[in-house]
Design a protein around this ligand. Sequence first.
Ligand code: PLP
Length: 360
Amino acid sequence: MARVFNFSAGPAMLPTEVMEQAQQEMLDWRGSGMSVMEMSHRGKEFMEIAATAEQDLRDLLNIPESYKVLFLQGGASSQFAMVPLNLMGKTGHADYANTGSWSKKAIAEGKRYGEVHICASSEADGFNSVPDFSSWNLSDQAAYVHITPNETIGGVEYQGLPDTGDIPIVADMSSTILSRPIDVSQYGIIYAGAQKNIGPAGLTIVIIRDDLIGSAIAECPAMFNYTTHADADSMANTPPTYSWYLAGLVFKWLKDKGGLAAMAEINQRKAEKLYTAIETNEFYSNPVKVENRSWMNVPFILKDSELDTEFLTGAKEANLVTLKGHRSVGGMRASIYNAMPEQGVDALIDYMNAFSAKHG
Ligand SMILES: *Cc1c(COP(=O)(O)O)cnc(C)c1O
C-alpha cells in the first residue's frame, strides 16, 4: 500500500509513525485489553493519556502555569461564539482584524454579542497581506483583539504581533499552531481545531489565561462557558477521547523530532523552496505579499486556468493529492503542515516543473 502525499488543508496528513503506533495499540492499549476508543474518560488509563498529552503540549509550547489548556469539541468555529460569550460582556466591545475568510466568520459571530470594531483590514488589497501594525486602529473599550495569525484559505500569515497594551489578544491559530515556537504569554487565548496541525478532527484546543475565565454572560450555555471546562479539566462531559489520544501521540512525535524549533527550521525550508519554485517559474504565481506568505498553506495559480484539471489529474497520478484550491479563490493550494515530509514538497516541485515544461 502506497501512502500519498496529501496536501489537504484539513483534515490533513498525520505522521505515518503516529498512525502506525495507533494501529499497534488499536485493540489493546498497553495491556489494558481495550482500545482507547472504548475506555471510560474517567478511568485511570485515559486520565493518564489525557494528562500526558497536556503536559507534552505544555512542554512544546512552553505554556506558563497561569494558563489552562482545554481539550474541547465544536471545532474552531464554535470558538467564534465562545470567545465573545465569555469575554465580550466585560465592555460590550471587541476589536477584530479582518484578514480573510476565517476572520470574516469570526467577525460575523462576534457581532451577535456586542459591538465589533474592525481595527485593521486587508480587504481592499484582496486579503493578500496583513495590514502594517502601525496602521491598526485599536479602540480602548475593546475587551479583546481577535486575530487570525494564519489565514488558511488565502495563505496569509502574520509576522509578529500588534502591540495591544493590556488588551488581550485572542488568536485563531488553527492552521499555524505548532509550526514554530511562540511566546504564549503574549496572548490571552489561543485556539485551534486539531485537524490541521495537531491530530484528527473532533478536538479543539484552547489555551487560555486564568484571568479570562469566569466572565461569561449569564445567558452563556454551560457547555460554551470556559469555567465549566476549566473546573472539570475538560471532562465536564465526554471529551473526544480518541482524538485527544492521537493528539498526544503527535505531541510525542514532535518532541522526538526536536520540538518546535526543529519543526520551524524544516517548515521554513519547505515553504521557501515551494515559493521559490513558484517565483522562478512564470507558469505559476502567488498573489500574497512576500513577508506575509504562509509557511503552512501555499496557494498558487497556473498561468492558464484551463489547465487546472489536467494539472490535478497528473498530480494525482504522481501520488500528490488534494491540491485543488479553495472554491472561493480557485487555483491550487498546497497545505504543508508538520506531517508533510520534505520529500512531499520536493515531489510537488518536480511535478510542477515537469508540467510547466510540457505546457509552458
Ligand atoms: C479550519 C479553520 C477553521 C474552522 O475550523 P473547524 O474546526 O472546522 O470549525 C477556523 N479558523 C481557521 C483559521 C481554520 O483554518
